[in-house]
Design a binder for this molecule. Structure first.
Ligand SMILES: [Zn+2]
Length: 300
């Protein structure tokens, strides 16, 4: 890991890894203090750090994403991954369902799908989209009575203060031999290494940064066996970041400046077009921007 060569030092007193309890070492990325586990390579914020997730619960955020074609398309692509594993259809629960697009995608594939979220704005908007009884704020009595054949949590784990406690909650809500499908930002992604301190996932709300090894370790620790762990990304995220960087503050300026910016953006377009095989390589060597895991619960 590149962090090993950039100021990693043993923490004093030692911070224990929230995934495997091994000792960790402290390091910094820009102004952000982080710890890396010496055993499972999990990266995390220091003890006592509390993320502020108000943005994701706000009315503005919900208004931005509710019913958007892009969100529906993303949800459908994420759920279509399950088709490859041919899971027996049953009852599913998405934790952190926001406005319910993935719940809708599961319903259309024959699942008895439900979703919960902390944001009442999101749940209210989602109910209008997919149905009154499918979504709830937190574990309402109707949903809490059930145990599920499939649990899903997309971009939730990195926000959870106590990741083991969260794992215990998942077990209590799941049936023996049921499945768990999670997605998190990938600490070992090329996009993170390219963007350094500007990596969007360094936001203070993200308390955990998973690696392939740490997600395996966490899944085993809560009684799940990984069925598939991989990454997705294909370079789109870091090319997008590069585009925003090039185009920033360049909407006004001299004719020659605007022409230069346009030329640079055209180069990025060419990189995207010709670089497709390399972006597939990013996934093949598990360096995509999103870490994806599907796991099966033990039968006990
Ligand atoms: Zn660890």
């Amino acid at each position: 890991m590149c962090v090993m060569s950039s100021g990693v030092e043993p923490s004093d007193p030692p911070s224990l890894c929230p995934v495997c309890s091994a000792k960790s070492a402290r390091f910094e990325v820009g102004q952000t203090e982080l710890f890396v586990c010496g055993a499972c390579t999990h990266v995390f914020r220091g003890p006592g750090t509390q993320g502020d997730n108000k943005l994701f619960e706000s009315e503005e955020y919900v208004a931005w994403r509710a019913g958007s074609i892009e969100q529906t398309r993303i949800a459908d692509r994420r759920i279509s991954l399950l088709d490859e594993f041919d899971l027996p259809r049953g009852r599913s629960l998405e934790i952190g369902c926001a406005t319910g697009e993935a719940v809708g995608a599961l319903l259309s594939r024959g699942w008895d799908a439900y979703g919960i979220d902390v944001s009442e704005y999101a749940v209210r908007a989602g109910k209008r989209l997919i149905g009154e009884d499918r979504l709830a704020v937190g574990l309402s009595p109707g949903i809490a009575d059930h145990k599920f054949d499939l649990l899903l949590a997309f971009h939730v784990l990195e926000h959870v203060p106590d990741i083991r406690d969260f794992g215990g909650m998942l077990r209590r809500r799941s049936l023996p031999n049921s499945y768990l499908y999670v997605r998190v930002p990938n600490w070992n992604s090329w996009s993170r290494k390219v963007s350094g301190r500007y990596w969007p996932s360094l936001m203070p709300e993200h308390l955990h940064h998973f690696t392939e090894v740490s997600i395996w370790t966490w899944l085993h620790s809560i009684g799940y066996t990984p069925v598939w762990v991989g990454t997705e990304g294909r370079g789109r995220e870091w090319l997008g970041a590069l585009r925003r960087c090039i185009a920033r503050d360049k909407s006004v300026g001299s004719t020659s400046e605007i022409a230069a910016t346009t030329r640079r953006l055209e180069v990025i377009d060419k990189v995207e077009r010709w670089g497709r095989p390399w972006f597939h390589l990013e996934e093949r060597v598990n360096r995509g921007s999103e870490l994806v895991a599907i796991a099966q619960r033990d039968p006990h």
